[in-house]
Design a protein around this ligand. Structure first.
Ligand SMILES: [Zn+2]
Ligand SMILES: [Zn+2]
Length: 152
C-alpha cells in the first residue's frame, strides 16, 4: 500500500486552488458587471458573470472539501511533532518536523529508545528494527550490542 497522503498537503493544494479560482471569479464578476453596465457588451458581460459564479462555486467546494479530509494524527516519538495524515500509515514514515523515520509495525509506532554517542555525546534514537545506528551529529557508528538484548 502507498503511504497515506499528508493531510497538510491536501489542504494546501485545495486552498491554493480555491484562492486562484476566487481571484479569477472576482475578476470575471467585476468585468462582467462593467460590461453589462455599458449595455453594448452586455452579452459578454453575462457570460463573464456566469463564469465568475461557476468559479465561486468551485472555490467554495474546494474549501468545503478541506473540512472533510479525514485526519489521522501521528505523534513523532522523537520530537513530539503531530504529523497529520489522511489515513493510518502501514509502514515507516518520515516525520515532517525532524525528518527522522518513524518505525511503524501493523499500524502502531514501535517503541523507540535513545542512546548517547560515545564520540560526541549526542542523543541518538533507535528502535528494535535499527540495524546500524549512525550518530546524527558526528556520523560515527553507535554500538548497539549492549542495549540490543534489553529491547528484544
Ligand atoms: Zn519528529
Ligand atoms: Zn556522535
Amino acid at each position: 500500500m502507498d503511504q497515506p497522503t499528508r493531510a497538510d498537503d491536501v489542504v494546501e493544494q485545495n486552498t491554493s486552488q480555491a484562492v486562484i479560482a476566487g481571484v479569477l471569479a472576482a475578476l470575471c464578476l467585476i468585468l462582467g458587471i462593467v460590461f453589462i453596465a455599458y449595455g453594448s457588451l452586455s452579452l459578454a458581460g453575462w457570460v463573464l458573470v456566469t463564469i465568475g459564479l461557476a468559479l465561486t462555486v468551485f472555490a467554495a467546494f474546494r474549501l468545503i472539501q478541506n473540512k472533510q479530509i479525514p485526519i489521522e494524527k501521528l505523534g513523532c516519538p522523537y520530537c513530539q511533532f503531530q504529523n497529520t495524515l489522511t489515513a493510518k500509515p502501514e509502514k515507516d514514515i518520515m516525520c515532517r518536523s525532524c525528518g527522522r523515520m518513524i518505525p511503524i509495525e501493523n499500524g502502531v509506532i514501535l517503541p523507540t529508545y535513545h542512546i548517547k554517542c560515545k564520540e560526541c555525546g549526542k542523543d541518538n534514537f533507535f528502535s528494535r528494527r535499527t540495524i546500524k545506528l549512525i550518530c546524527e551529529d558526528c556520523g560515527k557508528e553507535v554500538n548497539l550490542d549492549n542495549v540490543r538484548n534489553m529491547i528484544q
